[in-house]
Design a protein around this ligand. Sequence first.
Ligand code: FAD
Length: 428
Amino acid sequence: MKILIAGAGLSGLHSAWRLKEAGHEVVVFDARDRVGGRTYSTPLANGVIVDHGALTIRSEDHALRGLCAELEIEMIGIGFPVGRWEVGLDEHHTVDEVSWLYEALGARAHARIANGDGDESLDAAFEAVVGQDYRTHPTYLNTTAALSVPLDRLSANGFVAQYFGSVWGSDEHAEDGAFDPGIVEHASRIHGGNQRPATELARRLGDAVRLGSPVVNVTQDADSVTFELADGSTVHGDGAIIALPLPLLRELKLGFALPLQMRRAIDTLVMGASAMANFALETPGRPECAAEPTEWWTACTWASASNELASESAVTAFFGTDPVIDRVLEGGPEVAQARVSAVLPGCTFPEAPDIVITDWRTEEWSRGSYPNWGVGWDPEMNEAFAQRVVGRVAISGADTSGAFVGGMEGAVKTGRIAATQLLEKLTP
Ligand SMILES: Cc1cc2nc3c(=O)[nH]c(=O)nc-3n(C[C@H](O)[C@H](O)[C@H](O)COP(=O)(O)OP(=O)(O)OC[C@H]3O[C@@H](n4cnc5c(N)ncnc54)[C@H](O)[C@@H]3O)c2cc1C
């Protein structure tokens, strides 16, 4: 069979490779002039490879780790425990305090679901659990920065369902709401940069990957699928997979209806606003990560993606939500560097600044970083994409990955599931 794929991010490329392995012809179309989408790694002028998109790989990202092993791509520990960097800052809460708070949020969400009380905003849940001054609580600020969306727009129940027992170390999403901090392992990054799985998959797919080719319309009939590209040309296949970021999926013209549950899930997700800034260092810093205490944007220097034996000669800073990005980036790259320097005072920057800033809000083919569940989420939405195939077209991508929404793990998982389900559906 000939399968068309929209999107050469990690998800679309993973699907394509699985289908190719199964003996099918694939053609992958991407709007950009590169593969990898929201994984994007380039060297700074000083030669150090930095990531502008996805940063960390968690211990429980088994599908991604398995794919990297298959592709013979090495991982390196980042050098500090992700998710717990507040412990390093004296004025912030301890692990026990953070754990207590998340446990309380979880218990509240589960009680509300059990009582049939419906959803509430994550902001309201924090207020109920923390009390007065909750908006200056470090965990509130940390959560806002990490999700990159103001918490009054996000679902308290969806947050608990998505993150419980996940970001904090345990292998499984706890179903009974019990909070299990589990063991804390240092997260990983990929030697050579987190874009590498995508570039390696694209290398193996060869000229099946077509860059600079936005898909604008997808139609299907009983026997075939047609992609219309932005230049007006059309391509036909026996089946297709759509693996686009949420805003582009919403915008894509479809000549067929999506099931109501899928449409509701797509409408309920809220795309995050994040920006990343990478600054070259004069001398390598030891791996550490610190958060700015009022806005909780973070700055890290970590084990090197260029040379796993050394510390990195770069600082990566992550900013979440519109006002924080606007404030920190106001004044230009050198002012941002001075702000980072105040957060990581041990860093020495070169006289001639070597800085790359990526504001994902303005990236035409992502229009944001990653989504989270908005208010109105209900447990059925995690199952909205359990069956991904609609006729001859599978809907895929990290942003449609239910409990794993918005991460590289979700991209890899949905890529495999979409390919498997499509073959099951189309193979007599
Ligand atoms: C700043 C930032 C930090 C992040 N941090 C982490 C992290 O620490 N850990 C983690 O696991 N994840 C992180 N993520 C999320 C992770 O990068 C994504 O979830 C994952 O890479 C998405 O993969 P995907 O293939 O589903 O989508 P994408 O990577 O977005 O790929 C979709 C592709 O579709 C293309 N496209 C768009 N529209 C069209 C069209 N009309 N026609 C054809 N092609 C089109 C795009 O160019 C893109 O290449 C982060 C993301 C960002 C931006």
